[in-house]
Design a protein around this ligand. Structure first.
Ligand code: AMP
Length: 218
């Protein structure tokens, strides 16, 4: 099954993509994770992307499209995938369609995770993670036992620089301006399926399984 996950930052796309890909044996490709990794390693891509990411803006299409093109051409996505965080602009969506045609890939569904703005800001400004084992925490819903430290390995928790409240508002604005038109694009192709993501991760996962089940049996 080949899926695209859409939704504003903090809508839970990444969490749900990790869960669904593990359950169905799909490749999970998160462009945000790829870019953060490139920044951490100081690669040329990371050096170019870092300033955009810090401001909560999208990196230029040319940088990110090349990355996905290489993944599609590698054949690693042949047995099914979830694209998490790509496409995020209309030119990216159109470039993706061309890649799929060229490589004989069908997109089965674009899942949209819907969450109200105030809930997104609440979620992201309370989001922390362990840099060692990647366990996620959320203040005040899922706090560590000892403030600021990971329950599993005691490492000092960190937050993403773009989860600062002022940057979060900018990311939301960027989503509305640049990414939301893609919802219409996929709706017109009858590929869009909306999931109410304003509830617990378990309930969202149930809804996601239901939304994708019909596609899985086709
Ligand atoms: P995410 O983890 O998906 O929220 O992505 C974090 C940041 O990475 C975004 O705010 C953008 O700066 C950048 N980014 C991730 N995916 C894309 C994309 N498809 N196009 C442009 N920038 C992206």
């Amino acid at each position: 099954m080949n899926l695209v996950f859409l939704g504003p930052p903090g809508s839970g796309k990444g969490t749900q993509a990790a869960r669904l890909s593990a359950k169905l044996g799909l490749v999970h490709l998160s462009t945000g994770d790829m870019l953060r990794d490139a920044v951490k390693k100081g690669t040329p891509l990371g050096q170019q992307a870092e300033a955009y990411m810090k401001r909560g803006e999208l990196v230029p299409d040319a940088l990110i499209v090349g990355l996905i093109e290489a993944m599609v051409a590698s054949g690693d996505m042949k047995s099914g995938f979830i694209l998490d965080g790509f496409p995020r602009t209309m030119p990216q969506a159109e470039a993706l369609d061309r890649m799929f045609v060229k490589n004989g890939i069908n997109l089965h569904q674009a899942v949209l995770f819907s969450v109200p703005d105030d809930e997104i800001v609440r979620r992201l400004s309370g989001r922390w993670h362990c840099p060692t084992c990647q366990t996620g925490y959320n203040y005040p819903a899922a706090m560590p036992d000892v403030a600021g430290k990971c329950d599993k390995d005691g490492a000092l928790l960190q937050r993403r620089p773009d989860d600062e409240e002022s940057v979060v508002w900018n990311r939301l604005e960027v989503y509305k301006r640049q990414t939301q038109p893609i919802e219409i694009y996929y709706r017109q192709k009858s590929l869009l399926r909306e999931v109410n993501a304003n509830r617990s991760p378990d309930l969202v996962f149930e809804a996601l399984m239901e939304a994708t089940a019909a596609k899985a049996t086709r």
